[in-house]
Design a protein around this ligand. Structure first.
Ligand SMILES: [Ca+2]
Length: 136
């Protein structure tokens, strides 16, 4: 009986999302690892896989990520400085444009919408970024 009540309580709490809230809720800023650069870009979600770093300013711009072996590869990133980073789906600042605000973390670009298909499906930023620039 105790097991059944415990199980039902567990299911109810899961349904209410209580464990999700206890685990930290929506923003997971603290989950990001320390990035020893102004910007860190990763080939996998949750700051894993291959890493490409960038300094702040023009020297940290990558107009063509193909030259860095990072074209259409980025799945997470974190911005460690008080400047905005802008990224594009194509090289040389072409295509779709997105922003990573100062000190913002993006643990999974698959969850960030780039556009919407004609059927209404959200199309993400995962594995499409081809250029990045610092602004401000
Ligand atoms: Ca691309």
């Amino acid at each position: 009986m105790v097991v059944v009540v415990t199980l039902i309580t567990f299911i109810v709490l899961m349904t209410l999302g209580v464990f999700g809230l206890l685990a930290g809720g929506a923003p997971k800023a603290s989950a990001a690892p320390v990035c020893n650069a102004a910007l860190c870009m990763y080939s996998d979600a949750n700051y894993s896989g291959s890493t490409l770093t960038a300094a702040r300013g023009v020297s940290g711009d990558y107009p063509n990520l193909k030259e860095k072996g990072f074209n259409d590869a980025m799945s997470s990133m974190n911005n460690m400085v008080n400047h905005t980073q802008v990224f594009y789906s194509d090289a040389n600042g072409d295509g779709y444009r997105g922003y990573l605000p100062p000190y913002a973390y993006a643990p999974d670009l698959a969850n960030i919408a780039r556009t919407q298909s004609i059927f209404g499906n959200l199309i993400s930023w995962n594995d499409v970024i081809s250029s990045v620039y610092w602004i401000g």
